[in-house]
Structure formats: structure tokens, C-alpha cells
Design a protein around this ligand. Structure first.
Ligand code: GLN
Length: 250
């Protein structure tokens, strides 16, 4: 029986910087290589979504101006149902601007208060200096069974602070992370991950891509236990070289 995953791509025209769409391509391609069918539903302003039919949601980053254009639509049209789906264990990845809007609010550096949907217990405050550069983090061992070293690129004015309802995605080894102060990066709640890692994140970190695919498949198909392994020799070598280079420079 062909397995099928459905991905919702939130606001692809407004929220897609530093190649965040590469995350969708990586998910699709890694499914395809395994014979898993994969549909992508673009969710723009005004789109109605049946979240129970969605297996993975993706929300990329954006400029403050892009976030301001969609924040209200996101809150009003998707907010309640998406929050419920996330509470129920929907697999979701949100990067930077998308991560901020999953939280309580984003107060921009010009003083504009953008409401978030409150699915993640985090809030974000913009600062004058942007936090920019390559990042290396080590994930919490509980996420994938063992700590993973992830590489990415960050560029944000927002400083994100975590509340008690989330745990960090990882510990910053190189870079600024959530706020440049507490060495945390990202937030995890149930099967939803928010983080600042552009890159694109998933092509650079195939273990994380497979973690999302595996959890989504297991939620949809009770009989799926493990993913067919792929040959990631090149991807993992690139990830290791990048992490080592950054750690040496640090
Ligand atoms: N506009 C937000 C900030 O600067 C998010 C940036 C991003 O998505 N890269 O903090």
C-alpha cells in the first residue's frame, strides 16, 4: 500500500527567506526516495485548512513587514484549529519569523506588537542589533534518542524567551540562538519544533528531516515502525565539516 503524507506550507509567498522552501523540497524528496507519496498544500491568506488531514506543517521565516501582513490572518483563520492540532501532536517545523508567530507575540524593534497564536509558550522582543551568523547546536537527547549536532544560519532581530511549557531544541555551541543570552536555541512542544535555523535547515541536517517524516508516518499509519535508511554519506560529511569549521573558529 502506498503511504502518503500531506504537508501544509504556511504563507509560502510572504514567509520564505534564506531558501526556507528547501525544507519542503527535502521532506518531499526524502519521501519520494522511499516510495512515500507526498502532497504539498500552500496555505496563503484566506485558505481554509482541515488540519486533521495534514501530517506535517511548515512555516518559514520572513521580514517583520512580511510577518505584519499575515499575522492577523494566521491568528484568526488558522489560530484555534492549528493550536488544537499542535496540542494533539501535529508534526510542525517553524523557522525564525514563523517560530515567532507560533509563540505568544512578537514585539518588533519599532514597537509594533504582532500577535502569535500561542501554540508555543515563547515570546519575542525585537532588538536594535541583529543576531546574524552561522550556528551549531547540540539537540536535547530526548528529541531523537541521542544528541544531534545541527548546523544552520541565523539572522533575526527578535530575541525569543522560553516559558515553562516548552523545552529548548538544543544548546548553542556556536552562534546566538534564541536570544543571545541563555545559550538555548529553538523550542519543542509535543511534535512541534520552532527554531532560528535557516540554511535551509533540513537539507543540511537530514537526521532532523527523517525524524519529522518518521513521527508523521507513525501518527498516520500505526503499522510503520522505522524509515528505510538512505545513503546520506555526502550530507553527513557536509554537516560534519561545517560544524567542525565553525567550532574551530569559535
Ligand atoms: N523578522 C524577524 C526578525 O528579524 C524574523 C527574521 C527571520 O525570519 N529571519 O526577528
Amino acid at each position: 500500500m502506498t503511504r502518503r503524507l500531506r504537508i501544509a506550507h504556511l504563507y509560502p509567498d510572504h514567509m520564505n527567506i534564506y531558501g526556507d522552501r528547501g525544507n519542503i523540497i527535502a521532506l518531499q524528496q526524502r519521501c519520494l526516495w522511499r516510495g512515500i507519496a507526498c502532497d504539498v498544500l500552500p496555505v496563503g491568506p484566506g485558505t481554509t485548512v482541515d488540519w486533521s488531514a495534514i501530517d506535517i506543517a511548515f512555516f518559514g521565516g520572513g521580514q517583520d513587514s512580511g510577518q505584519a501582513l499575515i499575522a492577523e490572518d494566521f491568528l484568526e483563520r488558522q489560530g484555534p484549529a492549528l493550536r488544537a492540532a499542535i496540542d494533539d501532536g501535529l508534526v510542525m517545523l517553524a523557522i525564525c519569523g514563523g517560530y515567532q508567530l507560533l509563540g505568544q507575540y512578537f514585539l518588533t524593534h519599532t514597537g509594533q506588537r504582532l500577535p502569535g497564536i500561542g501554540a508555543l509558550d515563547v515570546h519575542t522582543v525585537g532588538g536594535k542589533e541583529r543576531l546574524i551568523g552561522n550556528v551549531v547546536i547540540e539537540t536535547e537527547p530526548t528529541l531523537c534518542g541521542a544528541p544531534l549536532r545541527l548546523v544552520g544560519f541565523e539572522n533575526h532581530s527578535g530575541r525569543t524567551y522560553l516559558g515553562a511549557g516548552v523545552r529548548p531544541l538544543g544548546r548553542v555551541l556556536v552562534g546566538h540562538g534564541n536570544n543571545g543570552e541563555d545559550r538555548t536555541e529553538g523550542a519543542v512542544y509535543r511534535n512541534t519544533i520552532g527554531c532560528y535555523l535557516h540554511g535551509s535547515l533540513l537539507p543540511k541536517n537530514p537526521q532532523l528531516a527523517d525524524h519529522l517524516i518518521a513521527v508523521a508516518l507513525q501518527r498516520r499509519y500505526a503499522d510503520v515502525s522505522a524509515l528505510v535508511p538512505l545513503d546520506d554519506t555526502l550530507e553527513l560529511a557536509a554537516q560534519r565539516v561545517m560544524a567542525e569549521r565553525m567550532l574551530l573558529r569559535n
